[in-house]
Each structure stands twice: as structure tokens, then as C-alpha cells.
Design a protein around this ligand. Structure first.
Ligand code: PGA
Length: 240
């Protein structure tokens, strides 16, 4: 693991954006695995800025998102389709037909999981961006999820429902299920870039880096990844 500790969220976002921009510039057909939530918003802001300044183009980029809530319409403001549009895709020159997000409204959810797993195998990711759940989850792979799983339906833990309720009018509105890339899909990326900011991530950061590799802390699998890049701010690093 290559661990970088930076001052704050802004610096974390800038460092991560540099890595993603380099992946886009240095590859003919870059594939980015992308994430949602509060963590990557600043990274996306930086990338949009680079695009506006003419430093980078996303024309050749393929993007595959980590996850989507089950049951939300794509048009719902809380869906990850909406999130990606308003925080990144709507502001850059990426080809929408090359952006992929699991369909949380699919009639046959298992079939949708299998389709997404196959898709991911066809587009190996150059870099997979990740946030970190306060319970150590990556994607929606909650503690206890086998490392060998591919895309599947995950039940959100109470911690995650609570953490994500800030994006909804109330806790009751947070979907309890999501389709998520599995850990086996996540670690198949050439580089995994995990970001964490703030003191509520400090325990999960500690377990990920200093704890045993264990399904109790899904992110600990990154200790075994040949090219895991971890960028965290001082607050998230406070227990190290
Ligand atoms: P956050 O979530 O970026 O909103 O803190 C991280 C995650 O749950 O992976």
C-alpha cells in the first residue's frame, strides 16, 4: 500500500485528481472505476476544472461505477445515475454510451448482477476510485462480505443507512439494498485509489492499514493489492 497523508479534504481531492488525470492521459483507452458519496465530489470538481482549462479530455474514457441503490428510479435525485450526471458526467466530454452504472430497477436483479460482472470483466479498470465506509466497507461490500464475491445485491448495515441518510429527507427513505461490484471485481483493477477524509473514518482507516486482512474490514483486502494507493487527510489518519 502506498499511503499519503495530506492536510485536508481539498489536498486529498487534488492529489487524487492528478492520479486519475494521469491515467486518462497515459492510456489510449482508459477505464475508470468511479465512486459516489461525499468523498469523491472534490476530485470530480478538480477533474471538471482540468477539462475546462483544456488540460484533459474524457473522449476516450470508459467509466464503470461501483454501485447503485435498489429500487430508485435513475431520475431520482438520490440515484447514483443522477449523482454522476450532476457531479461529473454532465460537465465533461465523456461519451454517455461509455458510462456504466448497475440498474437498481432491473426486473431480474440477479441477472443484472451477472450482466455487470461480465461487463467488468470486458473492461478491466485502469484505476478504481474508492471511498471508505465508517464501518470499513468499499462499494457496498459491508463487513462479512466474502472477498471472492462479484457483483451482488447487498443489504446496507444500520451504520451505512445512517451515514447515507444525509442525502435523503429521512432515514426511512434510504434504500436498504444496493447492487454493488464485489470485492473480487474491485481488486481486479490495475490500481486501486482509496480516499478517506475526516475523523469519522479514522477507525476504519486504522483497521484497513494496521489490522489483519479480514472480511470484518472489507477495505483491509487492499493490503494484498499490488498497487493500492491510499490518500487520507490528517483527521482520518489520527489513529495511525
Ligand atoms: P462517503 O461514503 O464518501 O459519503 O463518506 C464513503 C462510502 O460509503 O464508501
Amino acid at each position: 500500500m502506498k499511503i499519503t497523508i495530506v492536510e485536508n479534504y481539498g489536498e486529498m481531492s487534488k492529489e487524487a485528481a492528478k492520479i486519475l488525470a494521469a491515467a486518462v492521459k497515459d492510456n489510449l483507452k482508459p477505464v475508470l472505476g468511479l465512486a459516489t458519496g461525499g468523498t469523491p465530489v472534490g476530485v470530480y470538481r478538480e477533474l471538471i476544472e482540468m477539462y475546462r482549462n483544456g488540460e484533459i479530455s474524457f473522449k476516450n474514457v470508459t467509466a464503470a461505477n461501483l454501485d447503485e441503490y435498489v429500487g430508485l428510479d435513475a431520475e431520482s435525485p438520490q440515484s447514483y445515475v443522477s449523482f454522476m450526471k450532476s457531479n461529473l458526467f454532465g460537465h465533461i466530454d465523456i461519451d454517455p454510451s461509455k458510462t456504466f452504472i448497475p440498474d437498481g430497477k432491473a426486473k431480474d436483479l440477479q441477472k443484472e448482477c451477472d450482466r455487470y460482472t461480465e461487463l467488468l470483466a470486458d473492461i478491466p479498470r485502469t484505476v478504481q476510485l474508492l471511498g471508505l465506509g465508517s464501518d470499513g466497507h468499499i462499494g457496498f461490500n459491508e463487513p462479512g462480505t466474502p472477498f471472492t464475491r462479484h457483483t451482488h445485491i447487498a443489504e446496507l448495515t444500520q451504520d451505512t443507512v445512517k451515514d447515507n441518510s444525509r442525502f435523503f429527507a429521512s432515514m426511512d427513505e434510504v434504500p436498504r439494498k444496493a447492487i454493488t461490484m464485489g470485492i473480487a471485481d474491485i481488486v481486479s483493477a490495475q490500481t486501486v485509489l482509496l480516499l478517506a477524509s475526516g475523523k469519522n473514518k479514522a477507525r476504519a482507516v486504522y483497521d484497513m492499514i494496521k489490522g489483519e486482512v479480514s472480511e470484518d474490514c472489507p477495505a483491509s483486502i487492499l493490503q494484498r493489492h499490488p498497487n493500492a494507493v491510499i490518500i487520507i487527510d490528517k483527521e482520518a489518519a489520527q489513529l495511525l
